[in-house]
Design a protein around this ligand. Structure first.
Ligand code: CA
Length: 223
């Protein structure tokens, strides 16, 4: 999952970025509305955390522009003022949720999870299941059958992306856009390295292989 944080207060932006990265999200930070708009036109994001008061293009305007352009991406609005008026303006502009600064990071995380689940389907899911592979999205525990699999944060993020797209080929570009941030160098073989880590943990010793390579295209997780 890749998240765009549009926030001009560097300390807050870095606080959010650090926390989200620890949870396995890929995170880009834009320092004003114009930069945010540019990032949105060049990258594919799963969710936006959008500050209300921003230089160049403010959060409300940017949010409204995105909705008018038909972009459905989940948006959480951030603001310094916890007033009903601000909340209503934020939601009226098309934001899905709203959080007032200062906030507890756990609360932001919970709201992100809710919106990403909504994006998946209308029903609330707390786990992903592909054949005997099960990922608990709340505890972040992964099991294949009865065997618990220990994953690093990045391996978890990569597996989550493969599981959400199970049965379909995902290209290296798609993986880099959803699992890594904007500083990722697509010329490296980092993705292949991580796929191998996952293979070792998930498929080693198993009769049925789940992670498959499609030569010249990418990978897919067999359903
Ligand atoms: Ca601001």
């Amino acid at each position: 999952m890749r998240i765009l944080v549009i926030e001009d207060e560097i300390k807050i932006a870095q606080f959010i970025k650090r926390g989200l990265k620890e949870e396995g999200y890929a995170v880009d930070v834009a320092a004003d509305g114009e930069e945010g708009d540019f990032f949105l036109s060049t990258n594919d994001y799963d969710l936006i955390i959008l500050d209300l008061m921003l230089p160049k293009i403010d959060g409300l305007t940017l949010c409204r522009q995105l909705r008018e352009a038909g972009r459905q991406i989940p948006i959480i609005m951030l603001t310094a003022k916890d007033t009903v008026k601000d909340k209503v303006r934020g939601l009226d502009s098309g934001a899905d949720d709203y959080i007032a600064k200062p906030f507890a990071f756990e609360e932001l995380l919970a709201r992100i999870r809710v919106l990403l689940r909504k994006k998946d389907s209308q029903t609330v899911t707390t786990q992903l299941k592909v054949d005997e592979l099960v990922m608990d999205l709340l505890t972040q525990k992964v099991k294949r059958g009865e065997r618990e699999i220990e994953l690093t944060v990045k391996e978890y993020a990569l597996l989550e992306y493969l599981m959400r797209n199970a049965g379909n080929i995902v290209t290296r570009t798609m993986i880099s856009e959803h699992v890594w941030d904007i500083n990722f160098d697509t010329m490296t073989n980092v993705i292949d390295v991580y796929i191998n880590y996952l293979r070792n943990k998930i498929d080693s010793g198993a009769e049925r292989k789940m992670i498959h390579t499609v030569r010249g295209k990418g990978y897919f997780l067999k359903k």
